[in-house]
Design a binder for this molecule. Structure first.
Ligand SMILES: Nc1ncnc2c1ncn2[C@@H]1O[C@H](COP(=O)(O)OP(=O)(O)OP(=O)(O)O)[C@@H](O)[C@H]1O
Ligand SMILES: [Mg+2]
Length: 373
């Protein structure tokens, strides 16, 4: 299908350095992020895309098979081999939530000893892998780091497959309220819970526990909170800066959705939240859009048109298939009108439902053609 009317996305992104793709699960956030990065790089910019759990084949196409915690440039020859013109540079990385968090803690620790103490602490290790929302938070932390290193013209950020895409926007605030909250203060205040836990009677219970199980929970706990308190101020400050980056003039969000009812409803909520939080919306992307069907013909007319080429039986079956497609196309049109109205969006970006999964650079380039027309 040929790319349709201009959607103006290229112009809307022209002065942006950070572009974050948000949307419900499975709508195409990872695909859109990678395709957008490719499209912007193809036109001459140096672009990094931070992906989260890309499907295996796509990861391989982006050169992300091995572990990489920093963006790596995709070999320009790979684009040439797939017939994709590339004027700029495309870099890609896959987010590793735990590693990003460890790096941030390590950087904020006041000295080498506390750094080692925290990272090797059993409780930190459990917490850092288990903390709800740590993926969202570390995605933003990584974004912040890349932004400040200043190596790229544009950074495109994919977001995690959250149950609720709003979790992503709330991640820094949730972390801040945890850091500033009473629960943590109770533990780390002098004479606080940790100190009291070390008191004689409970101390006794813990030391019996340690003898029986071999796990010195109390010692781990007290070391954890003691060493962590040194990092907390830095972490709170960092979280605040990260929250500011989301509101920065150079940052914009793309709301990605399909035309199905639930994702479209989530897109409406997301767009409202963005605007309430004074975060910029760079565009609305309606992915996997169905617009081809009988093209205005009735099923009988289509059969008659196809019959000379295909024969009677095949022509009837193809026309019936196209009619099924029309049902989807009508649903997608209705959904699009609703989205345009609710989001006051005059130039939604439509990406057609392609025949195949998007798993290589040529596939991403096809999506990019629709994104940046
Ligand atoms: N326009 C399209 N046409 C055909 N297939 C598509 C299109 N866009 C995405 N896909 C396919 O849909 C699947 C889901 O896409 P993707 O992984 O980008 O979604 P996601 O929003 O990142 O999902 P998650 O929320 O799980 O992270 C992939 O197999 C991808 O190749
Ligand atoms: Mg994804």
């Amino acid at each position: 299908m040929a790319a349709t009317k201009r959607n103006g996305l290229r112009a809307r992104l022209a002065d942006k350095h950070v572009c974050i793709c948000l949307g419900a699960g499975g709508v195409g956030k990872t695909t859109t992020s990678a395709a957008l990065a490719l499209g912007l790089a193809a036109a001459g910019q140096k672009v990094a895309v931070v992906t989260i759990d890309p499907a295996e084949r796509l990861a391989a196409a982006l050169g992300l098979r091995g572990l990489s915690y920093e963006p790596r440039q995709i070999d320009p020859q790979l684009f040439a081999a797939q017939g994709v013109a590339m004027e700029g540079e495309m870099w890609a990385m896959m987010l590793d939530a735990k590693r990003t968090l460890d790096d941030a803690v390590a950087r904020l620790a006041p000295d080498e000893a506390s750094r080692r103490e925290i990272l090797s602490n059993k409780i930190y290790r459990e917490l850092s892998s288990a903390v709800a929302g740590s993926q969202e938070l570390s995605a933003i932390v990584k974004l912040y780091e890349l932004h400040h290193e200043g190596d790229f013209d544009v950074i495109v950020l994919d977001t995690p497959p959250s149950r609720n895409a709003l979790d992503f926007l709330d991640a820094p605030n949730r972390m801040l309220s945890f850091l500033e909250g009473r629960a943590l203060k109770m533990f780390i205040a002098p004479g606080g819970l940790t100190a009291r836990l070390l008191g004689r009677s409970t101390g006794l219970v813990f030391s019996i526990f340690a003898r029986v199980t071999g796990v010195d929970l109390l010692a781990d706990l007290s070391v954890f909170f003691r060493s962590l308190s040194g990092v907390l101020d830095g972490f709170g400050e960092r979280t605040r800066e990260v929250a500011e980056l989301l509101r920065d003039r150079d940052t914009t969000f793309l709301v990605v959705t399909s035309a199905e009812t639930d994702p479209a409803r989530e897109a409406v909520f997301l767009a409202r939240r963005l605007s309430d939080a004074h975060m910029s919306r760079g565009g609305l992307i309606v992915n996997r859009f169905h617009s081809d069907g009988l093209g205005g013909y009735s099923a009988g007319e289509a059969t008659a048109l196809l019959e000379p080429e295909l024969g009677d039986r095949l022509a009837t079956r193809v026309a019936a298939n196209l009619a099924d497609f029309d049902v989807l196309a009508q649903r997608d049109q209705a959904s699009l009108r609703l989205l345009e109205g609710e989001l006051h969006e005059r130039t939604p970006v439509l990406v057609p439902h392609l025949d195949e999964d998007v798993h290589d650079l040529a596939g991403l380039a096809r999506v990019a053609e629709h994104l940046l027309v």
